[in-house]
Design a protein around this ligand. Sequence first.
Ligand code: ZN
Length: 339
Amino acid sequence: MSLELGNIRDEAVKLIEGSDSPEKLDEIKVTFLGKKGKLTEILKGMKDLSAEERPKVGQKVNEVRALLETKLEEKKKEMNRTLLQAKMKRETIDVTLPGKRFARGHRHPNQIALEDLEKVFIGMGYQVVEGPEVEFDRYNFELLNIPANHPAKDEQDTFYITKDILLRTQTSSVQARIMEKGDLPIKIISPGRVFRSDEVDATHSPSFHQVEGLVVGKGITMADLKGTLDQFAKSFFGPDTKTKLRPHHFPFTEPSAEVDVTCFKCHGKGCNVCKGSGWIEILGCGMVHPHVLEMCGIDPEVYSGFAFGIGLERVALLKYEIDDMRLLYENDVRFLNQF
Ligand SMILES: [Zn+2]
């Protein structure tokens, strides 16, 4: 019996020392010390022993059990130490390695176009003024010669907060606010977000941006308007750009015009950007309607002025030859990285 016990002890110690994982140690524990383990089997066999031998063998079994438990515990500690050392070694930081580069953001194409545009007008002495996006019907329509039931209201259907408060359909609302203040002369541009209840497609969005321009003073004429827009087009699209005014109708200007510029890509020869015509429409403009001046408290006999409205997305799409407006709003980094 004691020879068998000795063998069991030697076998277990050998296995413990040779094991290389905590799982193996657990297995060994079960094999030798578990309910059906080898030591337990010996204890079960003790009933066949004489009364004299029984306590001796019992003591031996306990000694072996204690020894194995100690050995298992030591081995486990040793393993943990080794694992920890390996982990520390793995996670050592080499301070001499070059750092990770973080991707740096940059301006959105809309923002680039806006800043370019602002630079041109600030250079001509304009002030940049902003107005509220949630606007009274009075500033968005009424003071701009678009009374209730005017057909222009249908073309600019928007989102109403109440009957009289809405999301502005145009930055022209800022015109009325500035004129009403009455600090003359006025020379401003007003960039900002506008809203229409349009379905999203390649050229429409329920929310987009305009840049409004307004000049009011004594002796302002259509020639000033034409000269200003010509200067803008040359600075923005290139020095050889030509401008052309086509008669048009807007309720708040008279006379009114749409402005075309020679295509900056083909310089007027005709290409895919200008759809073969050599010209690109970029904005609407006109002389401020005398009735509008009057409604805002300015005497049209003394003062005159001009106004223009540029679609920011329109010039951004043109300048960067983007064929779908939706790309500007989707925030796909693969697209935005190109600017
Ligand atoms: Zn062209």
